[in-house]
Design a protein around this ligand. Structure first.
Ligand code: NDP
Length: 332
């Protein structure tokens, strides 16, 4: 068999909690497959470089046969050089007393710089997945800053919300999680996102028929999914990291392999599908065809309730864009 060229993956925030749970799964072949070599470009800010060295030492100590080389750097031009995928995980967390507008501005600046560096140093085919929050708006800012890279190559992550939602429904219905399908999380990766239970299937039947309790779906299920991150912080004393990293693996794997079965939730650049505001990065149902192109699945019927929820979440994205773009001097 012909030897495959390595896929070069850049990861920011590589020494953080999600980074630590993510890198070993990329290196072991779970993201791109068991016969696909990978090169890792690990990016950290200066204060994270010592910890990053330790992470790289552990990667070395795994002797992963698929890993061709590991770059450790705080320089964006080095970190994004020649990469095929940029996984933007690092971002400044919201601290006590910090307003949402402050966070949008602080992180916005980071994603301007990263978008420009990707534009100038990554392959022109580079695909970008933003995880660092607020991930939809950070992704939009990176996309705007990478003027030569097509908008279709930018994604933000709602797969963890989808996975969380599927498990909640499976547990309520008393079935294994693999029986839950056709579940799209719409909108912003924030508590306003809407997991559309109306179109979800449980063991091929409508979830609303199987659960038979719309009040539970609206008033318990939806908020449980939205508040799950908070519940994990309360239980674990630290934010979700392994499940977030798992969702990164799921997202990239499902964007790089033809879809078998149902769609998955990914935040993409909207062309106005389903009445979403064109130009924002918002979560919609995505499938990937045999040659690797993604598209928004058409023809999904949305109830008035779903439409209202999705519109409210997209409204929040428009507001985030307004605040961030004003601070950064970007134009729509
Ligand atoms: P994590 O690795 O736990 O999280 C990284 C980012 O992922 C955060 O923005 C976090 O958002 C976000 N995230 C998105 N979805 C989820 C989810 N479902 N669950 C949990 N987090 C989610 O953060 P750490 O602080 O451990 O690590 C961050 C690393 O990034 C550090 O090593 C730091 O040095 C680096 N960093 C890099 C920067 C840069 O590249 N310029 C800037 C600042 C830090 P949320 O905060 O909302 O939980």
């Amino acid at each position: 068999m012909m030897k495959k060229d390595p896929i070069r993956v850049a990861v920011t925030g590589a020494a953080g909690n999600i980074g630590y749970a993510l890198l070993f799964r990329i290196a072991s072949g779970q993201m791109f497959g068991p016969d696909q070599p990978v090169a890792l470009n690990l990016i950290e800010i200066e204060p994270g470089m010592a910890a990053l060295k330790g992470v790289a030492m552990e990667l070395d100590d795994c002797a992963f046969p698929l890993v061709t080389d590991i770059v450790q750097t705080a320089e964006l031009d080095v970190g994004f050089n020649d990469c095929d995928w940029a996984l933007l995980v690092g971002s400044v967390p919201r601290k006590a007393g910090m307003e949402r507008a402050d966070l949008l501005g602080i992180n916005g600046k980071i994603f301007v710089g990263q978008g420009q560096a990707i534009n100038d140093h990554a392959k022109s085919s580079c695909r970008v997945l933003v995880v660092g929050n607020p991930c939809n708006t950070n992704c939009l800012i990176a996309m705007k800053s990478a003027t030569d890279i097509p908008n279709e190559q930018f994604f933000a992550m709602t797969r963890l919300d989808e996975n969380r939602a599927k498990t909640q429904l499976a547990q309520k219905a008393g079935v294994p999680v693999k029986e839950v399908s056709d579940l799209c999380v719409w909108g912003n990766h924030s508590p306003t996102m809407f997991p559309d239970f109306y179109n979800t299937r449980i063991a091929r039947q409508k979830a609303t028929d199987v659960i038979g309790d719309e009040t539970w779906l609206k008033e318990t299920f939806v908020p449980t999914v939205g508040q799950r991150g908070k519940a994990i912080i309360e239980a674990r004393g630290a934010s979700s990291a392994a499940s977030a990293a798992n969702a990164v693996v799921d997202t990239v794997r499902d964007l790089t392999t033809p879809t078998r079965g149902s769609f998955h939730s990914v935040c993409v650049h909207s062309s106005g599908e389903y009445g979403t505001p064109p130009g924002i990065i918002t979560s919609m149902p995505i499938t990937v065809d045999a040659v690797g192109n993604w598209r928004v699945v058409g023809g999904i019927g949305l109830t008035d309730y779903a439409k209202e929820q999705i519109a409210a979440s997209n409204e929040e994205l428009l507001e985030e864009r307004k605040i961030a773009f004003e601070q950064l001097g970007l134009s729509i």
